[in-house]
Design a protein around this ligand. Sequence first.
Ligand code: ATP
Length: 358
Amino acid sequence: MGTVAAHELRKSFGEVQALDGVTLDVPDGSFFVVLGPSGAGKTTTLRAIAGLERLDGGTVHLDGRDATADTPAARDLAMVFQSYALYPRKTAYENIASPLRARRASSGEIKEAVQKVSELLHIERLLERRSSQMSGGEQQRVALARALVRRPRAFLMDEPLTNLDLKLRVEMRTELTRIHRSLGGTFVYVTNDQVEALSMADQVAVLREGKVQQVGTPTEVYERPANQWVAGFVGSPRISLLACHAEGDRLVGAQGWSLPRPRWTTAEDGRPLMLGLRAEDLSVETRSEASLPGELYGFEPLGDRTVVDVKVGEEMVKVKARPSVTGTPGEQLAVAVDLDRAHLFDAGTGLALSEAGR
Ligand code: ATP
């Protein structure tokens, strides 16, 4: 078993409300990612689950049992931090073996466990090196191995890939999901990197200013963002947002454009809305009944695709295109919109409009 349930966590540091009623239910065996920008309260949430933070309110249940008052050791959770405090004078082997030695495992058991986890993390050739003889990325993998060698109730990981270069980081994402599958434990993983979250998680909780904005699968969070802020935080290039309102069977933009009103929207006429359009749901290369009049602003070539920046009135819209796309900045063009995939938010509350009937 390895369920983690944090309910209504509250914590303030002086004026700062770091956690403002955070509730997370992590199922046994899941790869659960807590995603949010810097300062959102991710580390504080993890520390609260680990028992390292004195809370102002809320409860932590582990495997269904109230562990709110338990010491960190009694909770039986393994934590991997951003900074990978290894013993500098010990070899990688000894660092990885240390939690097992503390538990008085036999040297045979230790050898087997270290060997197995080293293979998983591809660090066999580092085992005899001291931490001071390893790069930051290597040390980070050794620290991960040291956590994974145990069989705790759950693993708590705080941005464990931040010190790796981009190539290794991308590789480690795949490795970690593979390790998770083969170990079968519960992972609670904190990151501010939405690509990391979407690529690794079974479930994502999006956190902002100490409040959970949405919990769902990566697909749900990306395709059905609960509010405008989640829509903007998740996805690259960033979703384009255009002010508008409904008028009969049309959506009318503050910048003078008009589109057929998506049949699924329930907004009453005149209510201020924001239309959210993802770059892949827009095109400057095809024609459509539903299109926005724009002016070509510039290109961002990204190798396999190019993002075209188009000005619609005073608002900027990002459109995904083939790398071969051409045009001259300043020229007028039409941006085709896939309205079935568009998002509408209440401009006042930022909440997504009901999508019943989609
Ligand atoms: P990051 O991605 O930058 O690590 P985070 O989402 O993990 O950010 P937290 O470290 O949980 O955020 O911090 C949440 C808020 O609480 C921040 O505003 C931070 O400045 C504040 N905070 C955290 N720890 C302390 C502390 N020990 N004393 C004072 N303020 C703190």
